[in-house]
Design a protein around this ligand. Structure first.
Ligand SMILES: *Cc1c(COP(=O)(O)O)cnc(C)c1O
Length: 558
Protein backbone atom coordinates (compact mmCIF):
# COMPACT_ATOMS: atom_id res chain seq x y z
CA UNK A 1 0.00 0.00 0.00
CA UNK A 2 1.35 3.40 -1.02
CA UNK A 3 0.45 6.49 0.99
CA UNK A 4 1.45 10.06 0.21
CA UNK A 5 1.76 12.00 3.44
CA UNK A 6 2.23 15.68 4.13
CA UNK A 7 2.01 18.10 7.02
CA UNK A 8 2.70 21.72 7.91
CA UNK A 9 4.65 22.78 11.02
CA UNK A 10 1.56 22.16 13.20
CA UNK A 11 1.37 18.53 12.07
CA UNK A 12 5.08 17.83 11.64
CA UNK A 13 5.50 15.80 14.86
CA UNK A 14 2.37 13.72 14.35
CA UNK A 15 3.41 12.99 10.76
CA UNK A 16 6.73 11.57 12.03
CA UNK A 17 4.86 9.37 14.54
CA UNK A 18 2.43 8.09 11.92
CA UNK A 19 5.22 7.08 9.57
CA UNK A 20 7.10 5.37 12.42
CA UNK A 21 4.10 3.49 13.78
CA UNK A 22 2.45 2.30 10.60
CA UNK A 23 4.66 -0.43 9.17
CA UNK A 24 2.13 -1.77 6.61
CA UNK A 25 2.54 1.13 4.23
CA UNK A 26 5.13 2.60 1.95
CA UNK A 27 5.02 6.32 2.73
CA UNK A 28 5.91 9.00 0.23
CA UNK A 29 6.68 11.97 2.46
CA UNK A 30 6.16 15.28 0.63
CA UNK A 31 7.20 17.33 3.69
CA UNK A 32 7.46 19.52 5.57
CA UNK A 33 10.89 18.54 6.85
CA UNK A 34 11.11 20.49 10.12
CA UNK A 35 9.12 22.49 12.69
CA UNK A 36 9.71 25.88 10.98
CA UNK A 37 6.55 27.73 9.96
CA UNK A 38 5.32 26.89 6.44
CA UNK A 39 2.14 27.06 4.33
CA UNK A 40 -0.19 24.06 4.54
CA UNK A 41 -1.68 24.35 0.98
CA UNK A 42 1.75 23.57 -0.52
CA UNK A 43 1.70 20.13 1.11
CA UNK A 44 -2.01 19.58 0.51
CA UNK A 45 -1.38 20.21 -3.20
CA UNK A 46 1.59 17.82 -3.34
CA UNK A 47 -0.39 14.97 -1.73
CA UNK A 48 -3.63 15.67 -3.60
CA UNK A 49 -1.80 15.72 -6.94
CA UNK A 50 -0.33 12.25 -6.30
CA UNK A 51 -3.79 10.92 -5.41
CA UNK A 52 -5.34 12.57 -8.51
CA UNK A 53 -2.61 11.09 -10.74
CA UNK A 54 -3.20 7.65 -9.21
CA UNK A 55 0.42 7.37 -8.04
CA UNK A 56 -0.65 6.36 -4.53
CA UNK A 57 -3.53 4.47 -2.92
CA UNK A 58 -4.24 7.09 -0.27
CA UNK A 59 -3.18 10.48 0.98
CA UNK A 60 -2.73 11.61 4.57
CA UNK A 61 -2.54 15.27 5.59
CA UNK A 62 -1.95 16.75 9.03
CA UNK A 63 -2.11 20.30 10.35
CA UNK A 64 -3.25 21.66 13.73
CA UNK A 65 -6.99 21.30 13.14
CA UNK A 66 -6.92 19.31 9.89
CA UNK A 67 -9.38 21.79 8.40
CA UNK A 68 -7.13 23.89 6.20
CA UNK A 69 -5.63 20.71 4.71
CA UNK A 70 -9.11 19.32 3.98
CA UNK A 71 -10.21 22.50 2.22
CA UNK A 72 -7.07 22.73 0.11
CA UNK A 73 -6.98 19.06 -0.93
CA UNK A 74 -10.65 19.07 -1.93
CA UNK A 75 -9.94 21.67 -4.63
CA UNK A 76 -8.53 18.77 -6.66
CA UNK A 77 -10.96 16.87 -8.85
CA UNK A 78 -11.32 13.21 -7.92
CA UNK A 79 -9.81 13.91 -4.53
CA UNK A 80 -12.18 13.45 -1.61
CA UNK A 81 -10.44 14.54 1.56
CA UNK A 82 -12.15 13.86 4.90
CA UNK A 83 -11.30 15.29 8.30
CA UNK A 84 -11.57 12.41 10.77
CA UNK A 85 -11.47 12.68 14.54
CA UNK A 86 -12.13 9.02 15.30
CA UNK A 87 -12.10 5.56 13.70
CA UNK A 88 -15.90 5.48 13.21
CA UNK A 89 -15.91 8.66 11.11
CA UNK A 90 -12.97 7.33 9.10
CA UNK A 91 -14.93 4.16 8.30
CA UNK A 92 -17.98 6.08 7.10
CA UNK A 93 -15.89 8.51 5.10
CA UNK A 94 -14.52 5.51 3.21
CA UNK A 95 -17.72 3.46 2.99
CA UNK A 96 -20.15 6.14 1.87
CA UNK A 97 -18.04 8.95 0.47
CA UNK A 98 -15.16 7.00 -1.00
CA UNK A 99 -12.70 9.34 0.73
CA UNK A 100 -9.15 8.89 -0.54
CA UNK A 101 -7.34 11.47 1.56
CA UNK A 102 -7.40 11.31 5.36
CA UNK A 103 -6.95 14.63 7.16
CA UNK A 104 -6.19 14.82 10.86
CA UNK A 105 -5.70 17.61 13.41
CA UNK A 106 -2.65 17.32 15.65
CA UNK A 107 -4.29 19.47 18.38
CA UNK A 108 -7.02 16.89 19.01
CA UNK A 109 -5.38 13.63 17.92
CA UNK A 110 -2.42 11.90 19.52
CA UNK A 111 -0.14 9.32 17.91
CA UNK A 112 -2.11 6.30 19.19
CA UNK A 113 -5.44 7.72 18.00
CA UNK A 114 -3.91 8.65 14.65
CA UNK A 115 -2.75 5.06 14.11
CA UNK A 116 -6.24 3.77 14.97
CA UNK A 117 -7.93 6.26 12.59
CA UNK A 118 -5.53 5.48 9.76
CA UNK A 119 -6.02 1.71 10.25
CA UNK A 120 -9.79 2.12 10.06
CA UNK A 121 -9.47 4.36 6.99
CA UNK A 122 -7.23 2.12 4.88
CA UNK A 123 -8.94 -1.14 5.86
CA UNK A 124 -12.51 -0.07 5.06
CA UNK A 125 -13.65 -0.64 1.50
CA UNK A 126 -15.90 1.66 -0.47
CA UNK A 127 -19.59 0.70 -0.54
CA UNK A 128 -20.67 0.06 -4.14
CA UNK A 129 -24.42 0.19 -3.44
CA UNK A 130 -26.21 2.04 -6.24
CA UNK A 131 -27.20 5.04 -4.10
CA UNK A 132 -23.63 5.61 -2.91
CA UNK A 133 -22.18 5.20 -6.39
CA UNK A 134 -24.72 7.71 -7.69
CA UNK A 135 -24.02 10.24 -4.95
CA UNK A 136 -20.26 9.96 -5.37
CA UNK A 137 -20.66 10.35 -9.13
CA UNK A 138 -22.60 13.56 -8.50
CA UNK A 139 -19.68 14.97 -6.50
CA UNK A 140 -17.35 14.36 -9.45
CA UNK A 141 -19.84 15.29 -12.15
CA UNK A 142 -18.09 17.20 -14.91
CA UNK A 143 -20.65 19.91 -15.31
CA UNK A 144 -21.39 20.67 -11.70
CA UNK A 145 -21.47 24.34 -10.97
CA UNK A 146 -18.23 23.87 -9.04
CA UNK A 147 -16.50 23.07 -12.34
CA UNK A 148 -16.55 26.71 -13.40
CA UNK A 149 -17.32 28.28 -10.03
CA UNK A 150 -14.24 30.49 -10.21
CA UNK A 151 -16.23 32.68 -12.59
CA UNK A 152 -19.10 33.12 -10.13
CA UNK A 153 -16.79 35.34 -8.15
CA UNK A 154 -14.75 36.88 -10.98
CA UNK A 155 -17.44 37.53 -13.59
CA UNK A 156 -20.99 36.76 -12.50
CA UNK A 157 -22.49 37.78 -15.87
CA UNK A 158 -20.41 35.34 -17.90
CA UNK A 159 -20.96 32.76 -15.15
CA UNK A 160 -24.71 33.15 -15.70
CA UNK A 161 -24.36 32.56 -19.44
CA UNK A 162 -22.32 29.39 -18.89
CA UNK A 163 -24.72 28.17 -16.25
CA UNK A 164 -27.60 28.68 -18.70
CA UNK A 165 -25.78 26.53 -21.27
CA UNK A 166 -25.17 23.81 -18.66
CA UNK A 167 -28.86 23.81 -17.73
CA UNK A 168 -29.86 23.73 -21.38
CA UNK A 169 -27.57 20.78 -22.11
CA UNK A 170 -28.92 18.97 -19.06
CA UNK A 171 -32.59 19.45 -19.83
CA UNK A 172 -32.98 19.49 -23.63
CA UNK A 173 -32.84 16.58 -26.03
CA UNK A 174 -30.14 17.75 -28.39
CA UNK A 175 -30.48 16.20 -31.83
CA UNK A 176 -28.37 18.75 -33.74
CA UNK A 177 -26.32 16.43 -35.95
CA UNK A 178 -23.23 18.68 -35.93
CA UNK A 179 -23.04 18.98 -32.15
CA UNK A 180 -21.85 16.81 -29.30
CA UNK A 181 -20.85 17.14 -25.66
CA UNK A 182 -17.13 17.21 -24.95
CA UNK A 183 -15.60 15.65 -21.84
CA UNK A 184 -14.36 17.62 -18.86
CA UNK A 185 -10.82 16.63 -19.82
CA UNK A 186 -11.24 18.19 -23.27
CA UNK A 187 -12.69 21.35 -21.76
CA UNK A 188 -9.94 21.60 -19.16
CA UNK A 189 -7.24 21.49 -21.81
CA UNK A 190 -9.17 24.00 -23.93
CA UNK A 191 -9.37 26.41 -21.01
CA UNK A 192 -5.76 25.94 -19.99
CA UNK A 193 -2.81 28.35 -19.79
CA UNK A 194 -1.52 27.00 -23.11
CA UNK A 195 -3.69 29.77 -24.58
CA UNK A 196 -1.14 32.27 -23.30
CA UNK A 197 1.58 31.22 -25.72
CA UNK A 198 2.39 32.55 -29.17
CA UNK A 199 3.75 29.69 -31.24
CA UNK A 200 3.87 30.63 -34.91
CA UNK A 201 5.47 27.75 -36.77
CA UNK A 202 5.54 24.06 -35.89
CA UNK A 203 7.04 22.02 -33.02
CA UNK A 204 10.81 22.45 -33.03
CA UNK A 205 10.61 25.29 -35.59
CA UNK A 206 8.92 28.23 -33.90
CA UNK A 207 9.34 31.95 -34.34
CA UNK A 208 9.14 32.63 -30.62
CA UNK A 209 11.18 31.42 -27.65
CA UNK A 210 9.68 29.48 -24.78
CA UNK A 211 7.71 27.02 -26.87
CA UNK A 212 8.77 23.74 -25.22
CA UNK A 213 5.47 23.17 -23.34
CA UNK A 214 3.29 23.93 -26.39
CA UNK A 215 5.63 21.87 -28.60
CA UNK A 216 4.97 18.90 -26.33
CA UNK A 217 1.20 19.40 -26.58
CA UNK A 218 1.17 19.88 -30.36
CA UNK A 219 3.50 16.91 -30.90
CA UNK A 220 1.09 14.75 -28.89
CA UNK A 221 -1.84 15.99 -30.96
CA UNK A 222 -0.07 15.33 -34.28
CA UNK A 223 1.21 11.91 -33.24
CA UNK A 224 -2.10 10.80 -31.81
CA UNK A 225 -4.05 12.03 -34.85
CA UNK A 226 -1.77 10.01 -37.15
CA UNK A 227 -2.03 6.94 -34.92
CA UNK A 228 -5.80 7.16 -34.46
CA UNK A 229 -6.57 7.58 -38.15
CA UNK A 230 -3.60 5.75 -39.63
CA UNK A 231 -2.46 8.88 -41.45
CA UNK A 232 1.03 9.77 -42.72
CA UNK A 233 0.82 13.39 -41.64
CA UNK A 234 -1.48 15.57 -39.54
CA UNK A 235 -1.82 19.32 -39.28
CA UNK A 236 -3.76 20.11 -36.11
CA UNK A 237 -3.60 23.91 -36.36
CA UNK A 238 -6.66 24.88 -38.45
CA UNK A 239 -9.02 26.93 -36.29
CA UNK A 240 -12.10 25.27 -37.76
CA UNK A 241 -13.34 22.89 -40.44
CA UNK A 242 -13.71 25.65 -43.01
CA UNK A 243 -10.10 26.76 -42.59
CA UNK A 244 -8.94 23.13 -42.82
CA UNK A 245 -10.62 23.03 -46.23
CA UNK A 246 -9.14 26.37 -47.19
CA UNK A 247 -5.69 25.05 -46.31
CA UNK A 248 -6.07 22.11 -48.68
CA UNK A 249 -7.19 24.36 -51.55
CA UNK A 250 -4.28 26.74 -50.88
CA UNK A 251 -1.84 23.83 -50.73
CA UNK A 252 -2.91 22.28 -54.01
CA UNK A 253 -4.67 24.50 -56.57
CA UNK A 254 -4.84 28.06 -57.89
CA UNK A 255 -7.72 30.52 -57.87
CA UNK A 256 -9.97 29.76 -60.84
CA UNK A 257 -9.22 26.02 -60.79
CA UNK A 258 -12.10 23.58 -60.78
CA UNK A 259 -13.45 21.73 -57.73
CA UNK A 260 -16.20 19.15 -58.16
CA UNK A 261 -18.19 19.02 -54.93
CA UNK A 262 -21.61 18.05 -53.58
CA UNK A 263 -24.13 20.83 -54.02
CA UNK A 264 -24.79 22.76 -50.80
CA UNK A 265 -28.57 22.32 -50.95
CA UNK A 266 -28.09 18.55 -51.24
CA UNK A 267 -25.93 18.18 -48.16
CA UNK A 268 -22.61 19.82 -49.08
CA UNK A 269 -20.93 22.46 -46.94
CA UNK A 270 -20.52 26.23 -47.35
CA UNK A 271 -16.77 25.79 -47.67
CA UNK A 272 -17.24 23.34 -50.55
CA UNK A 273 -18.06 26.14 -52.93
CA UNK A 274 -21.07 28.19 -51.89
CA UNK A 275 -21.08 31.47 -53.86
CA UNK A 276 -21.26 33.47 -50.61
CA UNK A 277 -18.19 31.67 -49.21
CA UNK A 278 -14.50 32.22 -50.09
CA UNK A 279 -14.52 28.83 -51.79
CA UNK A 280 -17.18 29.86 -54.28
CA UNK A 281 -15.54 33.23 -54.88
CA UNK A 282 -12.02 31.92 -55.48
CA UNK A 283 -12.58 28.68 -57.36
CA UNK A 284 -14.59 27.36 -60.26
CA UNK A 285 -17.06 25.17 -58.40
CA UNK A 286 -18.97 22.52 -60.28
CA UNK A 287 -21.61 20.89 -58.09
CA UNK A 288 -22.64 17.26 -58.34
CA UNK A 289 -26.02 16.08 -57.14
CA UNK A 290 -27.54 12.95 -55.69
CA UNK A 291 -29.76 10.70 -57.78
CA UNK A 292 -33.33 12.02 -57.87
CA UNK A 293 -34.94 8.63 -57.17
CA UNK A 294 -32.57 7.12 -54.60
CA UNK A 295 -31.36 10.42 -53.11
CA UNK A 296 -27.91 8.81 -52.93
CA UNK A 297 -24.71 9.53 -54.80
CA UNK A 298 -24.75 7.73 -58.13
CA UNK A 299 -21.07 6.91 -58.53
CA UNK A 300 -21.39 6.07 -62.21
CA UNK A 301 -22.98 9.45 -62.89
CA UNK A 302 -20.32 11.11 -60.75
CA UNK A 303 -17.58 9.37 -62.75
CA UNK A 304 -19.12 10.51 -66.01
CA UNK A 305 -19.38 14.09 -64.78
CA UNK A 306 -15.84 14.07 -63.39
CA UNK A 307 -14.43 12.84 -66.69
CA UNK A 308 -16.25 15.68 -68.47
CA UNK A 309 -15.45 18.43 -65.99
CA UNK A 310 -11.85 17.32 -65.27
CA UNK A 311 -11.66 18.93 -61.82
CA UNK A 312 -8.37 19.46 -60.01
CA UNK A 313 -10.07 18.27 -56.81
CA UNK A 314 -12.94 15.84 -56.34
CA UNK A 315 -14.36 16.71 -52.93
CA UNK A 316 -16.67 14.34 -51.06
CA UNK A 317 -18.04 14.53 -47.55
CA UNK A 318 -21.13 16.36 -46.40
CA UNK A 319 -23.08 18.06 -43.66
CA UNK A 320 -26.36 16.35 -44.37
CA UNK A 321 -25.85 13.05 -46.18
CA UNK A 322 -27.29 10.10 -44.28
CA UNK A 323 -25.62 7.34 -46.26
CA UNK A 324 -22.22 5.65 -46.15
CA UNK A 325 -19.66 6.94 -48.65
CA UNK A 326 -17.84 4.52 -50.95
CA UNK A 327 -14.26 5.76 -50.75
CA UNK A 328 -12.79 2.96 -52.84
CA UNK A 329 -15.10 3.88 -55.71
CA UNK A 330 -14.29 7.57 -55.32
CA UNK A 331 -10.55 6.74 -55.48
CA UNK A 332 -11.13 4.90 -58.76
CA UNK A 333 -12.85 7.96 -60.19
CA UNK A 334 -10.04 10.26 -59.05
CA UNK A 335 -7.46 7.93 -60.60
CA UNK A 336 -9.32 7.91 -63.92
CA UNK A 337 -9.58 11.69 -63.91
CA UNK A 338 -6.10 12.23 -62.49
CA UNK A 339 -7.39 14.59 -59.80
CA UNK A 340 -6.82 15.03 -56.08
CA UNK A 341 -9.12 13.04 -53.82
CA UNK A 342 -10.23 15.16 -50.89
CA UNK A 343 -12.65 13.91 -48.25
CA UNK A 344 -14.20 16.24 -45.70
CA UNK A 345 -15.20 13.85 -42.90
CA UNK A 346 -16.28 16.62 -40.48
CA UNK A 347 -19.57 14.94 -39.65
CA UNK A 348 -18.47 11.33 -39.54
CA UNK A 349 -14.98 11.65 -38.02
CA UNK A 350 -16.08 10.00 -34.76
CA UNK A 351 -17.68 7.14 -36.64
CA UNK A 352 -14.45 6.71 -38.59
CA UNK A 353 -12.34 6.87 -35.40
CA UNK A 354 -14.59 4.28 -33.76
CA UNK A 355 -14.81 1.98 -36.75
CA UNK A 356 -18.52 2.62 -37.46
CA UNK A 357 -17.84 4.09 -40.91
CA UNK A 358 -15.16 3.09 -43.38
CA UNK A 359 -12.09 5.31 -43.14
CA UNK A 360 -11.25 7.58 -46.08
CA UNK A 361 -7.63 7.87 -44.94
CA UNK A 362 -6.17 4.93 -46.90
CA UNK A 363 -7.73 6.26 -50.12
CA UNK A 364 -7.68 10.03 -50.02
CA UNK A 365 -4.83 12.46 -50.70
CA UNK A 366 -6.37 14.76 -48.09
CA UNK A 367 -8.86 14.19 -45.33
CA UNK A 368 -10.16 17.26 -43.53
CA UNK A 369 -12.33 17.34 -40.46
CA UNK A 370 -13.76 19.29 -37.61
CA UNK A 371 -12.94 17.94 -34.18
CA UNK A 372 -16.21 18.88 -32.45
CA UNK A 373 -18.97 16.92 -34.18
CA UNK A 374 -19.18 13.14 -33.78
CA UNK A 375 -15.48 13.31 -32.79
CA UNK A 376 -16.56 14.98 -29.52
CA UNK A 377 -13.47 17.16 -29.09
CA UNK A 378 -12.96 20.93 -28.92
CA UNK A 379 -14.28 23.25 -31.65
CA UNK A 380 -11.55 23.12 -34.28
CA UNK A 381 -10.18 21.73 -37.53
CA UNK A 382 -7.80 19.00 -38.69
CA UNK A 383 -6.05 18.00 -41.93
CA UNK A 384 -4.66 14.51 -42.57
CA UNK A 385 -2.66 13.82 -45.70
CA UNK A 386 -0.19 11.61 -47.48
CA UNK A 387 3.46 12.28 -46.72
CA UNK A 388 4.12 13.91 -50.11
CA UNK A 389 1.69 16.74 -49.22
CA UNK A 390 3.04 17.32 -45.68
CA UNK A 391 5.19 20.33 -46.50
CA UNK A 392 2.61 21.93 -48.75
CA UNK A 393 -0.19 21.66 -46.20
CA UNK A 394 1.95 22.94 -43.34
CA UNK A 395 3.00 26.03 -45.30
CA UNK A 396 -0.57 26.61 -46.45
CA UNK A 397 -1.80 26.73 -42.83
CA UNK A 398 1.17 28.77 -41.56
CA UNK A 399 2.27 31.22 -42.87
CA UNK A 400 -0.27 30.80 -45.69
CA UNK A 401 -3.44 31.62 -43.83
CA UNK A 402 -3.04 31.64 -40.05
CA UNK A 403 -0.75 33.30 -37.53
CA UNK A 404 -0.36 31.84 -34.06
CA UNK A 405 -2.10 28.51 -33.47
CA UNK A 406 -4.51 27.97 -30.57
CA UNK A 407 -2.29 25.68 -28.52
CA UNK A 408 -4.89 25.24 -25.80
CA UNK A 409 -7.34 23.93 -28.40
CA UNK A 410 -4.59 21.79 -29.93
CA UNK A 411 -3.98 20.26 -26.47
CA UNK A 412 -7.71 19.59 -26.22
CA UNK A 413 -7.56 17.87 -29.63
CA UNK A 414 -4.77 15.67 -28.23
CA UNK A 415 -6.97 14.77 -25.26
CA UNK A 416 -9.83 13.94 -27.61
CA UNK A 417 -7.64 11.69 -29.80
CA UNK A 418 -6.45 9.81 -26.71
CA UNK A 419 -10.04 9.30 -25.58
CA UNK A 420 -10.76 7.65 -28.94
CA UNK A 421 -7.97 5.15 -28.34
CA UNK A 422 -9.91 3.71 -25.39
CA UNK A 423 -11.87 0.57 -26.33
CA UNK A 424 -15.24 1.89 -25.08
CA UNK A 425 -15.26 4.53 -27.81
CA UNK A 426 -15.80 1.79 -30.40
CA UNK A 427 -19.01 0.96 -28.55
CA UNK A 428 -19.93 4.65 -28.52
CA UNK A 429 -19.52 5.02 -32.28
CA UNK A 430 -21.51 1.85 -32.94
CA UNK A 431 -24.21 2.99 -30.52
CA UNK A 432 -24.56 6.38 -32.24
CA UNK A 433 -25.45 4.56 -35.46
CA UNK A 434 -27.76 2.05 -33.74
CA UNK A 435 -29.57 4.90 -32.01
CA UNK A 436 -29.90 6.77 -35.27
CA UNK A 437 -31.41 3.78 -37.05
CA UNK A 438 -33.81 3.17 -34.14
CA UNK A 439 -34.98 6.79 -34.02
CA UNK A 440 -35.25 7.02 -37.78
CA UNK A 441 -37.38 3.87 -37.93
CA UNK A 442 -39.70 5.16 -35.19
CA UNK A 443 -40.36 8.34 -37.19
CA UNK A 444 -40.64 6.45 -40.48
CA UNK A 445 -43.09 3.92 -39.00
CA UNK A 446 -45.43 6.80 -38.25
CA UNK A 447 -45.64 7.66 -41.92
CA UNK A 448 -42.96 10.35 -42.25
CA UNK A 449 -40.85 10.20 -45.41
CA UNK A 450 -37.16 9.81 -44.72
CA UNK A 451 -34.73 11.12 -47.34
CA UNK A 452 -33.09 8.12 -49.09
CA UNK A 453 -35.34 5.83 -47.07
CA UNK A 454 -33.13 5.56 -44.00
CA UNK A 455 -29.66 6.11 -42.58
CA UNK A 456 -26.25 4.45 -42.31
CA UNK A 457 -24.67 7.01 -39.99
CA UNK A 458 -25.42 9.44 -37.17
CA UNK A 459 -28.08 11.51 -38.92
CA UNK A 460 -31.28 11.29 -40.91
CA UNK A 461 -33.41 13.80 -42.80
CA UNK A 462 -37.20 13.94 -42.56
CA UNK A 463 -39.04 15.32 -45.59
CA UNK A 464 -41.70 17.20 -43.62
CA UNK A 465 -42.90 19.19 -46.63
CA UNK A 466 -43.29 16.13 -48.82
CA UNK A 467 -45.06 14.17 -46.10
CA UNK A 468 -47.47 16.74 -44.74
CA UNK A 469 -46.85 20.08 -46.40
CA UNK A 470 -45.21 21.75 -43.39
CA UNK A 471 -41.88 23.59 -43.62
CA UNK A 472 -38.68 22.55 -41.90
CA UNK A 473 -38.68 25.90 -40.14
CA UNK A 474 -42.11 25.36 -38.58
CA UNK A 475 -41.33 21.73 -37.73
CA UNK A 476 -38.11 22.69 -35.94
CA UNK A 477 -39.90 25.45 -34.00
CA UNK A 478 -42.64 23.04 -32.84
CA UNK A 479 -40.06 20.48 -31.71
CA UNK A 480 -38.08 23.18 -29.93
CA UNK A 481 -41.20 24.10 -27.95
CA UNK A 482 -41.24 20.49 -26.75
CA UNK A 483 -37.59 20.49 -25.65
CA UNK A 484 -36.37 18.60 -28.72
CA UNK A 485 -33.70 20.51 -30.63
CA UNK A 486 -33.13 19.84 -34.34
CA UNK A 487 -32.41 22.09 -37.30
CA UNK A 488 -34.33 22.83 -40.45
CA UNK A 489 -32.48 21.55 -43.49
CA UNK A 490 -32.84 21.55 -47.24
CA UNK A 491 -33.39 18.14 -48.80
CA UNK A 492 -32.31 17.05 -52.29
CA UNK A 493 -34.22 18.96 -55.01
CA UNK A 494 -35.86 21.13 -52.35
CA UNK A 495 -38.71 23.33 -53.58
CA UNK A 496 -38.77 25.56 -50.49
CA UNK A 497 -36.55 28.60 -49.90
CA UNK A 498 -33.35 27.86 -47.94
CA UNK A 499 -34.80 29.95 -45.13
CA UNK A 500 -37.81 27.68 -44.71
CA UNK A 501 -36.53 24.32 -46.05
CA UNK A 502 -38.53 21.16 -46.69
CA UNK A 503 -36.76 19.03 -44.13
CA UNK A 504 -35.32 18.65 -40.67
CA UNK A 505 -31.98 17.08 -39.85
CA UNK A 506 -31.83 14.79 -36.83
CA UNK A 507 -28.63 13.43 -35.24
CA UNK A 508 -27.86 11.09 -32.34
CA UNK A 509 -24.24 11.85 -31.35
CA UNK A 510 -25.19 13.95 -28.35
CA UNK A 511 -27.89 11.75 -26.80
CA UNK A 512 -25.55 8.77 -27.16
CA UNK A 513 -22.85 10.65 -25.25
CA UNK A 514 -25.25 10.90 -22.31
CA UNK A 515 -25.83 7.16 -22.40
CA UNK A 516 -29.10 6.73 -24.26
CA UNK A 517 -29.65 3.51 -26.18
CA UNK A 518 -32.07 2.25 -28.87
CA UNK A 519 -35.07 2.17 -26.50
CA UNK A 520 -34.72 5.85 -25.65
CA UNK A 521 -33.92 6.74 -29.26
CA UNK A 522 -37.11 5.02 -30.46
CA UNK A 523 -39.09 6.73 -27.70
CA UNK A 524 -37.81 10.13 -28.82
CA UNK A 525 -38.57 9.22 -32.44
CA UNK A 526 -42.17 8.59 -31.39
CA UNK A 527 -42.31 11.98 -29.67
CA UNK A 528 -40.98 13.66 -32.80
CA UNK A 529 -43.85 12.08 -34.75
CA UNK A 530 -46.34 13.15 -32.03
CA UNK A 531 -45.24 16.76 -32.46
CA UNK A 532 -45.01 16.70 -36.26
CA UNK A 533 -48.45 15.10 -36.60
CA UNK A 534 -49.98 18.31 -35.28
CA UNK A 535 -47.42 21.11 -35.08
CA UNK A 536 -49.87 23.72 -33.76
CA UNK A 537 -51.00 21.57 -30.83
CA UNK A 538 -49.36 23.21 -27.81
CA UNK A 539 -50.89 20.69 -25.41
CA UNK A 540 -48.97 17.84 -27.09
CA UNK A 541 -45.83 19.97 -27.02
CA UNK A 542 -46.22 20.53 -23.28
CA UNK A 543 -46.83 16.82 -22.72
CA UNK A 544 -43.72 15.83 -24.67
CA UNK A 545 -41.70 18.49 -22.91
CA UNK A 546 -42.62 16.98 -19.54
CA UNK A 547 -41.71 13.50 -20.76
CA UNK A 548 -38.44 14.81 -22.21
CA UNK A 549 -37.57 16.43 -18.87
CA UNK A 550 -38.18 13.14 -17.04
CA UNK A 551 -36.01 11.28 -19.53
CA UNK A 552 -33.09 13.72 -19.52
CA UNK A 553 -33.07 13.67 -15.71
CA UNK A 554 -32.19 9.96 -15.93
CA UNK A 555 -29.39 10.47 -18.47
CA UNK A 556 -26.97 12.97 -17.01
CA UNK A 557 -24.67 14.71 -19.44
CA UNK A 558 -21.27 13.36 -18.34
C1 LIG B 1 -19.25 21.53 -40.07
C2 LIG B 1 -18.60 21.31 -41.34
C3 LIG B 1 -17.45 22.03 -41.72
C4 LIG B 1 -16.88 23.24 -41.08
O1 LIG B 1 -17.03 23.52 -39.86
P1 LIG B 1 -16.64 24.90 -39.14
O2 LIG B 1 -15.75 24.41 -38.05
O3 LIG B 1 -17.93 25.43 -38.69
O4 LIG B 1 -15.93 25.77 -40.10
C5 LIG B 1 -16.80 21.66 -42.88
N1 LIG B 1 -17.25 20.66 -43.63
C6 LIG B 1 -18.36 19.96 -43.31
C7 LIG B 1 -18.79 18.85 -44.21
C8 LIG B 1 -19.07 20.27 -42.17
O5 LIG B 1 -20.18 19.60 -41.89
Amino acid sequence: MKIAIGADHGGFELKKNIIASFADAEFIDVGCTGPEACDFPDYADAVAEKVALGEVDFGVLVCRTGMGMTMAANRFQNVRAALCLDAGTAELARQHNGANVLCMGADKTDAAQAAEILTAFVSTSVDEAERHVRRRAKIERARRLSDFSGLAHDDPEVYAAIKAQVTQEDTEINLIASENTSSRAVRLAAGSVLMNKYAEGYPGKRWYSGCLPVDAAEELARKRACELFGADHANVQPHCGSSANMAVYFATIKPGDTILSLSLDQGGHLSHGSPVNFSGKLYNIVPYTVDRATERIDYDALEKQALEVKPKILLTGASAYPRALDFKRIREICDKVGCIMMVDMAHIAGLVAGGAHESPVPYADFVTSTTHKTLRGPRGGLVLCKEKWAKAIDSAVFPGMQGGPLENIIAAKAVCFREWMQPEMKDYAAQVVKNCKAMCKAVQDRGWRIVSGGTDNHLFLVDVKGTKGITGKDAAAALDAAGIVVNKNTIPYDTESPFKCSGIRVGTASITTRGMKEAEAALIGGWIADILDDITNTAVQAEVKAKAAALTAKFLVP
